[in-house]
Design a binder for this molecule. Structure first.
Ligand SMILES: CC(C)(COP(=O)(O)OP(=O)(O)OC[C@H]1O[C@@H](n2cnc3c(N)ncnc32)[C@H](O)[C@@H]1OP(=O)(O)O)[C@@H](O)C(=O)NCCC(=O)NCCS
Length: 215
């Protein structure tokens, strides 16, 4: 399978590294290149090259599938609108699951998801479309991650937590079991979350406290 990556440095590079590791294990998987609005087509990028601008995805061959790991704290509403506005058909989004991730057989993972090395995804867990679980994060049993949720490196999302669409968990955060994190909420780096987080809220610290709640 050929994968084209929306973006570049950061999560895009991580996804490309996972694709390379999958290919090294003998599965036919390769990065076709990058879609990028800042760099001209043909520009070398991360061992590949820029193919086209975001809007030009439909000029690429139909066998090419996509991921768009463009998650950024505080920017998720705009980025979700941008990605959804491209009109890429659901079936063209691929999931890139690092071969070193430990994924329970009962986990359900949506298209466009990117799981980093040593990420752990527990049984009974559902990951929506375009979810990102970075390296060494643990998404425990019976967790539900909505579309476009980001779980930062080394963070822990305990059992029965529910994170709604566009929620963002910074690296090293820990969520107590059965916590709900609202739509487009942000959990700061290293936070310890012991109470539900409302939609659009920004929380941080141990125990996490509300910093803001703007739409
Ligand atoms: C939580 C976060 C969004 C807050 O950013 P912000 O709204 O710009 O907040 P500020 O930096 O102005 O800080 C506001 C207050 O919260 C505190 N604070 C901010 N982030 C904190 C954190 N992670 N833990 C504890 N306290 C934190 C600040 O010390 C400050 O306290 P004060 O008012 O007593 O001085 C940000 O700190 C964060 O963690 N972003 C995630 C970044 C990330 O995920 N990076 C990795 C990408 S892979």
């Amino acid at each position: 399978m050929k994968i084209a990556i929306f973006g570049g440095r950061g999560s895009g590079e991580d996804a490309a590294q996972s694709v390379a590791r999958i290919a090294a294990g003998g599965t036919a998987f390769e990065v076709a290149g990058y879609l990028n609005d800042m760099l001209a087509p043909g520009t070398p990028l991360l061992g590949g090259r820029v193919l086209c601008r975001f809007e030009e995805w439909m000029t690429l061959k139909e066998d090419i599938r996509f991921v768009a790991p463009l998650h950024k704290a505080g920017h998720m509403q705009a980025r979700v609108a941008r990605i959804e506005g491209l009109g890429v058909p659901r079936e063209r989004w691929a999931a890139v699951l690092d071969p070193n991730a430990a994924i329970a057989s009962s986990a359900k993972i949506g298209g466009g998801a990117v799981l980093g090395p040593f990420a752990v995804v527990g049984p009974g867990t559902t990951l929506g479309m375009h979810t990102v679980v970075r390296a060494q994060a643990q998404v425990s049993h019976d967790v539900t991650l909505g579309d476009f949720v980001f779980v930062g490196g080394g963070s822990v999302v305990s059992g029965y937590c529910k994170l709604h669409a566009g929620a963002y968990v910074g690296p090293g955060a820990v969520l107590r079991d059965s916590i709900t994190v609202g739509r487009f909420a942000v959990v700061g780096v290293g936070a310890v979350v012991v109470a539900d987080v409302p939609d659009f809220a920004v929380v941080a610290g141990n125990p996490a406290r509300l910093l803001s709640q703007d739409k």
